[in-house]
Design a protein around this ligand. Structure first.
Ligand SMILES: CC(=O)N[C@H]1[C@@H](OP(=O)(O)OP(=O)(O)OC[C@H]2O[C@@H](n3ccc(=O)[nH]c3=O)[C@H](O)[C@@H]2O)O[C@H](CO)[C@@H](O)[C@@H]1O
Ligand SMILES: C=C(OP(=O)(O)O)C(=O)O
Length: 428
């Protein structure tokens, strides 16, 4: 087990290259199950969620070959093996094995997914969708059993706008007989990316990226090549880091429109951002002013950037109110930021941040992926050294974080945890 150490206060400059999107890649890998052939994905991020998914694909008989950022999956010999807990619990996106295996094999047995602990994360809308397509879904001793004699297209209205349910229903519906319409669908760019891959495999999906998705089922899908979109949350995190400590930082491999809700808020705070085709140039030379944010479904402000953004707000003059409407309890980072001298109060689903406060390095714990990102942002701005445990959460979503930060001029390194630190971490 490792901890991440950051000596704060260094000005950052230079260029950072954003990796392929975690939340696309973690759906694209299970989607390859449907191909019954070879699919090559380009631009794979080097994160632990991908290693876990590779293991799951191999568990069901897939042949997986990775060469740097390219991965080829041959799904010809896959079978519908039960996937109990274990690996499945390590990440959220294992739920995509439900839709993909149901689509191809008409049956699946999968343990409940894990992922960041952000309060309740039900999957009722996924199940509602599978049932509407004709599947029987039961929960037996903590595993979800899905079976269908045949899948039939259906009209499905999602009661909550859900990224996971939208993608999962698409995965099953591409192989259903007839037409499926998903209404009140999520519109995140990752959904378009998954639909693009499925269409390249031979599916017929229209409307991805809008709130009505129409799918005409097909008999068979086949192999193809696909390039994963850049990670807008990783890009957003580096943009926030640049706004906090940057002189002039270039964020490369970005689709600027994916980050508009963030860049608009940063500009309101006084950060200068130049948008080019596939990069952002971020300069901060003014005192930052406070702003309020409310997380919303895309294209609103992403909940996954709420935690790192809250760390930046500790440096803004005035009071900022951060409201998370997607995960009302996504505030575990606040206690840790307080250890670093931040002035933040949580009231219901909002955090009230008063700034500016000089942050002090401290020993802190990343309770989840973006809480970790929040502590990294804070550590880079703080006096002295910040020690972050729970790095395994950060490694789920940030490729080569230490190297990328070092290239920008940060003093960041990793150390193995001592025995007593491991015990403290496990007991905390
Ligand atoms: C692997 C992946 O892509 N993870 C992302 C995905 O998670 P995930 O797909 O789990 O998130 P959803 O979009 O499904 O969740 C949005 C909201 O809907 C609720 N809900 C969801 C499904 C359901 O069946 N019932 C229900 O009530 C959730 O509790 C949450 O309040 O979108 C989240 C919201 O943008 C992001 O924070 C995660 O990074
Ligand atoms: C919540 C997140 O991930 P997951 O859904 O995979 O837990 C995230 O990426 O911020």
């Amino acid at each position: 087990m490792e901890k991440l150490l950051i000596e704060g206060g260094h000005t950052l400059q230079g260029q950072v290259r954003v990796s392929g999107a975690k939340n696309s890649a973690v759906a694209l890998l299970p989607a390859t199950i449907l191909a019954e052939g070879e699919v090559t994905l380009e631009g794979l991020p080097d994160i632990s969620d991908i290693q876990t998914l590779k293991g799951l694909l191999e568990d069901i008989g897939g042949s997986v070959e990775q060469n740097g950022e390219d991965i080829t999956i041959d799904s010809s010999n896959m079978v519908s093996m039960p996937l109990p807990n274990g690996r499945v619990k390590k990440l959220r996106a294992s739920y995509y094995f439900m839709g993909a295996m149901l689509g191809r094999f008409k049956k699946a047995v999968i343990g409940m997914p894990g992922g960041c602990n952000l309060g309740p994360r039900p999957i009722d809308q996924h199940i509602k969708g599978f049932e509407a397509l004709g599947a029987q879904v039961t929960n037996e001793q903590g595993a979800i059993y899905l079976r269908a004699d045949e899948l039939r297209g259906a009209k499905i209205y999602l009661d909550v706008v859900s990224v996971g349910a939208t993608i999962n229903i698409m995965l099953a519906a591409v192989r259903a007989k007839g037409k499926t319409v998903i209404e009140n669908a999520a519109k995140e760019p990752e959904i378009i990316d998954v639909a693009t891959l499925l269409n390249s495999m031979g599916a017929n999906i229209k409307g991805a990226g809008t709130d009505v998705i129409r799918i005409e089922g097909v008999e068979k899908l086949s192999g193809c090549r696909h390039t994963i979109i850049p990670d807008r949350i990783e890009a957003g995190t580096y943009t926030i880091i640049a706004a906090s400590m940057g002189k002039e930082v270039v964020i490369d491999n970005v689709i600027p429109i994916h980050l508009e809700s963030l860049t608009a808020k940063l500009r309101e705070m006084g950060v200068q951002i130049v948008e080019e085709d596939d990069r952002l140039i971020v300069t901060t030379d003014k005192v930052l002013t406070s702003v309020d944010i409310k997380t919303l479904v895309y294209p609103g402000f992403p909940t996954d950037l709420q935690q790192p953004f809250t760390a930046l707000l500790t440096q803004a003059t005035g009071t900022s109110i951060v409201t998370d409407t997607i995960y009302s309890a996504r505030f575990k980072h606040v206690d840790e930021l307080r250890r670093m001298n931040a002035n933040i109060k949580v009231e219901g689903s909002s955090a009230v941040v008063t700034g500016p406060t000089k942050l002090e390095g401290a020993k802190v714990k990343a309770s989840d992926l973006r809480a970790g990102a929040s502590l990294v942002v804070a550590g880079l701005m703080a006096n002295g050294v910040t020690e972050i445990v729970g790095v395994n959460h950060i490694d789920r979503g940030y490729a080569s974080l230490t190297e990328k930060l070092k290239n920008l001029g940060a003093n960041v390194w990793r150390e193995d945890l001592q025995e007593d630190e491991v015990k403290n971490y496990q007991n905390s």
